[in-house]
Write a protein that binds this ligand. Sequence first.
Ligand SMILES: [Zn+2]
Length: 157
Amino acid sequence: MNIIDNVVFIPICCACDRVRDDQQTSERPSGNAREQWVWLESYLHLYRIPQDAYRLTHTYCPRCMKHLGINQKKPEQRETLQEEIRQRIISVIGSAIECDLDTLVSRCDDFSWGQIFLEMDNMSRIGVISLTRSAEGRYCLGLPRLVRSDEAQILGG
Ligand SMILES: [Zn+2]
């Protein structure tokens, strides 16, 4: 669960309107880590998230991705591209003193904004990079300090 300024960022599928439950996904035994996608209402209810305390970020769930034919063919090519974007993001963040989203996008100009954003979201979810929001409302990217497990569950309840 991405929490920035007490606002929960919930990835929602553009096609079926289900949201990704990172909490349940990460509690699954590893090796069987299938993402859990649930209805927004049940998600908000389950984690007692107030109506004004969340934002939706748009993505596709694996089922719809498959259904729509995204990511279906040429998995090797796609993985290579993904890896390339990841390496680039890490090197840009690592070499900048302060890196916001605009800086990142402008230094990765051979990739599209969508590609970068999607990969950035993936990376912040698995903890490869950290995403924070500055006082001016800019998203700042960094390489994460080690996060204690009890800090990662602010809203876990
Ligand atoms: Zn979907």
